[in-house]
Structure formats: structure tokens, C-alpha cells
Design a protein around this ligand. Structure first.
Ligand SMILES: [Zn+2]
Length: 307
């Protein structure tokens, strides 16, 4: 299977949404879109998304005319288009939370992390995209160069400093991180982070640092966190991970040493697990608990079990 196909199997990913980047440059169309029943709003409150709990759990998306009075066009973030519908993210204030929850029975704000595996994959990807964009807007309100306020441009895909002498532009930011399933024969290396339940184990992960390649980051992170050395790297796939703003770059890596040394304080425990133990954990037999099915970490583990 090629990396593109593999990536489409990861949680929070869709190939249905057309991003229609050319529409970001068009003037005045968002005002019209707000009156159209084919425009849908994806509300984000802090880092929480809105869900319907009944009759089945799903993302709460609202036709724009229903909530038109609460929205000013310049606050909308155009996400894209699918099957005749335009989707917009909207960051709402904490004070407006109850108004949105009262739009219908059974509405609740919750973290996508908790419910992402329980809803339709297209909707989950939409919530992930909206969450990442709103997070970036919330943290780019002021210019990093001169300290003046910034304003949204290009239907939410750029922010510009309002100080005309400065005029700095800011674009949505994604932080690259590597995540790696280290293997050696019939065993794989998983770590337990400080603060997790003691039986929860996952793949090794960390941010790519300035001045290094993604591949170097894989080797360094595994070495720093577990003391294990890796050689042959195989790129697996990637996954947007808006918790709060990462792109996870997934790898499988062959270990060239086995001794585990926990040195950088990120992990409380790291162990080699056999395929038999991992397969048992997939069906929740035995002691070991694997990462969420939402995460690429789970995909890296499951795909290794198939090899
Ligand atoms: Zn500025």
C-alpha cells in the first residue's frame, strides 16, 4: 500500500473536502454565503467541538441562516466544499456557549479527542481542521513583530498586522512531529508516559527541531527517550493532529540495539512487546492498553502486526 492510501486510513483525515483555495481571495462572497442554506457553520469553543448526543453521536453543524445573527462575516474561516455545501469554522466566545447549546436538544461541547472515533470520519476531519484553524487564530491576535493587533484576511487563511508601518502577514502554522514504531523481529518498542495509566503504552514521538531533518528527528527522539538506536527507517504516512497544532509524520524503524535507558524524563516506562501481546491488547485481552484508534500511533502498531 502506498503512503497516500495509508494516510487516508488515518483518523481525522478525509479526501472528500475540496479546499477551493481560490475562493479565499474572492471579495464579498462570504456575506452572501451567510444567507445560503448550503453554507454550514462548524462552531469551536476554546478547544471544544459541538456534538449531537442523540439519536446518534454526530458533529453539530448548522446551516448559516439559522445562526446568521450571531456571526460577523470577517470572523468566518472557510474550510472547503463537499457535495454542494460550503463549510466554515467559527470560533465562539465562552459567553456564547449556552446560546449554541440551546439551539437543539442534546447538544454538548466536548473535546474531539474524546469522541473522534465515534462519529463519521468526514465530520471528524472537518472538526479537526476547524479546531486547528481556530486555535491558530486565537493565538495570533497580536503581531509578533510590533505587538499591534492583527486581523483575519483571505477568509481566515491569513492574519495581517493592523499597524500599516509594519503590515506583517501570518499564515496558519503546523508543527511537524515524528512518531515511530520501533521493531526488532517479533517485538516492538512502546513507551508509557509520565501521567498515563501504568498499562497504557504507545509509540515514540517528538517534535522536529530547527535545523534537523525529519529522519534525524526519528533517530534522536528514540535515542533520547529510550536509549535504543534505530537504523533502517520506513516512512508510513502522516496525520493532522490538532491537539493543538501538529502534523504527525509516522515511521516504522528497525532497532539496532535493544537495551532501554530512560534518560530524558518523558517516559516513565518503556518495554519490548511481542506481537502476541499486542494482538491480545487489540481485543482488550491482557494487561496492555494500546493508543486510541483515533491516532496514527494505533495505525503504526496495527500495520506492524500485519507484517
Ligand atoms: Zn506588526
Amino acid at each position: 500500500m502506498d503512503p497516500l492510501t495509508r494516510s487516508l486510513r488515518n483518523g481525522l483525515v478525509t479526501d472528500k473536502l475540496g479546499r477551493k483555495a481560490h475562493k479565499r481571495e474572492q471579495i464579498g462572497w462570504v456575506e452572501q454565503a451567510l444567507s445560503a442554506k448550503s453554507s454550514f457553520i462548524v462552531p469551536i469553543r476554546g478547544q471544544a467541538s459541538l456534538f449531537y448526543r442523540k439519536p446518534q453521536l454526530r458533529a453539530a453543524l448548522f446551516a448559516a441562516p439559522v445562526v446568521r445573527d450571531w456571526i460577523s462575516p470577517e470572523t468566518l474561516i472557510f474550510l472547503g466544499h463537499y457535495r454542494g455545501k460550503d463549510y466554515f469554522a467559527l470560533s465562539i466566545l465562552a459567553t456564547a456557549q449556552s446560546s449554541w447549546e440551546q439551539l437543539d436538544e442534546g447538544l454538548v461541547f466536548d473535546n474531539l479527542w474524546n469522541r473522534g472515533t465515534l462519529i463519521d470520519q468526514f465530520e471528524a476531519s472537518l472538526l479537526a481542521y476547524a479546531r486547528g484553524m481556530c486555535y491558530w487564530h486565537d493565538r495570533t491576535k497580536y503581531c509578533g513583530s510590533c505587538g499591534s493587533s492583527t486581523r483575519a484576511e483571505r477568509t481566515g487563511h491569513m492574519r495581517t498586522c493592523t499597524n500599516q508601518e509594519c503590515g506583517a502577514n501570518y499564515f496558519p502554522r503546523t508543527d511537524p512531529a515524528v512518531i515511530v514504531l520501533v521493531h526488532d523481529g517479533d517485538q516492538c518498542l512502546l513507551g508509557n508516559k509520565v501521567g498515563w495509566p501504568t498499562n497504557r503504552f504507545s509509540t515514540i514521538a517528538g517534535f522536529v527541531e530547527t535545523g534537523e531533518t525529519v529522519e534525524q528527528a526519528v533517530v534522536r527522539e528514540v535515542q533520547e527517550e529510550t536509549g535504543v538506536n534505530v537504523g533502517l527507517l520506513e516512512y508510513h504516512s502522516s496525520q493532522p493532529w490538532p491537539f493543538p497544532g501538529s502534523l504527525m509524520l509516522g515511521f516504522h524503524a528497525q532497532a539496532t540495539s535493544r537495551e532501554i535507558t530512560l534518560s530524558d524524563g518523558e517516559l516513565r516506562d518503556a518495554r519490548w512487546f511481542s506481537k502476541t501481546e499486542v494482538v491480545a491488547a487489540k481485543s482488550k485481552n491482557g494487561w496492555l492498553r494500546l493508543p486510541s484508534r483515533l491516532s496514527i500511533a494505533r495505525r503504526l502498531v496495527e500495520d506492524w502486526c500485519q507484517t
